[in-house]
Design a protein around this ligand. Structure first.
Ligand code: ZN
Length: 116
């Protein structure tokens, strides 16, 4: 394999840092791989409009959290593979993932043939 793993590792680590900072704006960390969406800034309000608004906030926090969480899991998975020396191999056929695909998506789990 002639891909530059160190370069991909740097990209993945920077991306992980960015995503973890981003997710903390909308969620509390539960464990290494799970986050819990924040309810609201102020959960004691009884005004109807405020309740509706905080429900909306929660729903939007929740959907942002699940998207970011999924990205974080994929990136950690890729970093684990770097440590295990299996980075850049397709999870389906074990062939080397195309270099162009890894450049575009450093946390790709499969080759182009098995991407769907
Ligand atoms: Zn494959």
């Amino acid at each position: 394999m002639n891909i530059d793993i160190q370069r991909h590792k740097n990209i993945l680590e920077a991306e992980l840092k960015r995503l973890e900072a981003e997710i903390l704006e909308v969620a509390e960390k539960e464990s290494d791989l799970t986050w819990e969406a924040k309810q609201t800034e102020d959960g004691t309000t009884t005004e109807r409009e405020d309740v509706a608004e905080s429900m909306e906030n929660y729903e939007s926090n929740f959907s942002i959290t699940s998207t970011l969480e999924k990205e974080i899991v994929d990136i950690k998975n890729a970093l684990d593979k770097i440590d295990a020396n299996t980075y850049g191999l397709c999870e389906v056929c074990q062939a080397e993932i195309e270099e162009g695909r890894l450049n575009a998506k450093p946390d790709a789990r499969t080759c182009e043939l098995h991407m769907n």
